[in-house]
Write a protein that binds this ligand. Structure first.
Ligand code: G3D
Length: 179
């Protein structure tokens, strides 16, 4: 089968592209996921364990794994890394105090061998809230400009209204088409 045909089947065919959604508890992971699913904000409860959802965006099938962010669960994030094509790191843009923890978790993930081919999408969530950090501030704090081995993108968003999320899906899809 020709390279082009193989590529087209991968992008537009039945293949599912694994996405893991990580971030500290309360960052908005579940709300983001359900917003992707329903285009409407839903009431959520803290993620326990993992939720898996399939979402199709213009014929590209994503399999989203929503991974719990509580401290006790973060130690097992690595067990979900195999075959991941995209990592979504959801950040609560109002949570200045825990941004250091997010930074450590991010750079630890980037070093993990199972994620060497993954693209990284950072969602600067809760932009609707007063005093939230801008995507630029979060980018500087997380030193995203030092990431050289992975394609990455930061997107400001509000998971409650969905603002910014369509653009994030477009970026994810562009990564699948590029790779
Ligand atoms: P998690 O899955 O990362 O633990 P959740 O986080 O999706 O459960 O969200 C945690 C809380 O943040 C929820 O509030 C949710 O409604 C809220 N939230 C998520 N995204 C946004 C956002 O963009 N803006 C605002 N203002 N709130 C958001 P509750 O009150 O249900 O705990």
């Amino acid at each position: 089968m020709g390279f082009l045909l193989t590529k087209m089947l991968a992008v537009f065919g039945d293949r599912e592209h694994k996405v893991i959604v990580v971030g500290l508890d309360n960052a908005g992971k579940t709300t983001v996921l359900y917003q992707y699913l329903t285009k409407e904000a839903v009431h959520t409860s803290p993620t326990i364990g993992s939720n898996v959802e399939q979402i199709t965006v213009r014929n590209t099938h994503f399999l989203f794994w929503d991974i719990g962010g509580q401290e006790s669960l973060r130690a097992s994030w690595y067990s979900y890394y195999g075959n991941t094509e995209i990592v979504i790191l959801v950040v609560d843009s109002t949570d200045r105090e825990r941004l250091t923890i997010t930074k450590e978790e991010l750079h630890k993930m980037l070093r993990h061998e199972d994620l060497q081919n993954a693209s990284i999408l950072i969602l600067a969530n809760k932009q609707d809230m007063k005093g939230s950090m801008t995507a630029r501030e979060i980018s500087d704090f997380l030193t995203l400009n030092t990431i050289t081995g992975h394609p990455w993108h930061i997107q400001a968003c509000c998971a409650l209204t969905g603002e910014g999320l369509p653009a994030s899906l477009d970026w994810m899809r562009s990564q699948i088409i590029t790779n």
